[in-house]
Design a binder for this molecule. Structure first.
Ligand code: PLP
Length: 305
């Protein structure tokens, strides 16, 4: 780790700097209008997990929002690796954001005239739920606020429109739960604040086919189910199935597979992670330790230039 980088390293406007120095202008639309997209990739034991999948999703999100930073995908890979190296991290939360600025003075006040730029950073690993909460199983509620309709804000484009998710987090807090699940306007399960959701019923796993980010961890769960011979369905999930689930687990970069033990006050199983959730979680971390979808940070050159 280079000195000054103890809290993390950032990249902004073509320069690397300690995380505390990375600031964006308050007038930029990335901030004022949430006119921004982002992605987050994890580094575990010195390797990125599914780096190319994250970069591909990030690029697709940028294209959907008509954002085009100066950096190529290879540049972004190098920038991320350099941030991790500067911060000296073996386990890291690595973010890449593309923001719209604002039109320069004299230009029409329209997004087409605003510059786009990349921000990236690496900070110590973030757990969406701490390991002791994962071990007892998360306590969930179904939020009373529905997810923003996907016809308005496409949840497959990773975004900062977190108003509904944040309301759900406060509701969960008020009801003594760890986090929440959100429904769409028709009463189907979508996702939660920072994670995809899987239900287990009679040995079959299911996750929503719409209304949610196409999570990279979700993709990994689907692959693991295939490896383990567990049936996995991707389909609409009506709210009543939440009440009938034997098990529920969450999937996210910020923690992997995280089993729940309670939903809306109902205890599932023996109030601990259920067998299918626990088995998937165990295999997920074992496969990662074996180098599954891993790209060693050291294998990515430069960013120094
Ligand atoms: N859904 C939302 C709203 C998210 O912010 C995230 C982010 O982590 C996920 C799902 C899970 O996606 P991934 O597994 O790619 O981290």
């Amino acid at each position: 780790m280079e000195s000054g980088y103890e809290q993390g390293a950032a990249y902004l406007d073509g320069r690397f700097m300690p995380i505390a120095e990375a600031r964006i202008p308050v007038t930029d639309w990335g901030y004022r209008r949430s006119d921004v997209t982002y992605d987050v990739v994890g580094v575990w034991e010195g390797s990125f997990f599914r780096l190319d999948d994250h970069i591909a999703r990030f690029r697709a999100s940028m294209e959907a929002l008509r954002l085009k930073p100066a950096e190529s995908d290879d540049d972004i890979r190098r920038v991320l690796a350099r941030c991790v190296r500067l911060a000296g991290l073996r386990e890291a939360y690595v973010a890449m954001d593309c923001l719209r600025g604002r039109p320069a003075p004299g230009l029409p006040y329209h997004p087409v005239h605003a510059r786009n730029y990349l921000v990236a950073y690496a900070v110590p690993w973030v757990w969406l739920a701490p390991p002791d909460v994962q071990a007892r199983g998360l306590h969930l509620i179904t939020a009373s606020t529905p997810r923003i309709p996907e016809a308005c804000i496409d949840p497959r484009v990773k975004n900062f429109h977190w108003g509904d998710l944040t309301r759900g987090l406060f509701e969960a807090h008020d009801r003594g739960a760890d986090t929440c699940l959100l429904l769409d306007l028709e009463g189907n399960l979508t996702e939660g604040p920072g994670f995809n959701v899987f239900l287990v019923r009679d040995g079959t796993v299911a996750t929503s086919d719409h209304g949610a980010l196409e999570g990279i961890t979700r993709r990994s769960v689907i692959e693991l189910c295939a490896e383990m011979g567990i049936p996995c369905e991707v389909r609409p999930i009506p709210v009543r199935e939440i009440a009938e689930a034997d098990e529920i687990f969450l999937a996210t970069t910020a923690g992997g597979i995280m089993p729940a033990s309670r939903i809306d006050g109902r205890i599932m199983g023996n109030d601990r992670p259920g067998p299918i959730s626990a088995g998937l979680r165990e295999r997920f971390w074992r496969r990662r330790a074996e180098g599954w979808h891993a790209t060693p940070v050291e294998d990515l050159a430069g960013g120094e230039g």
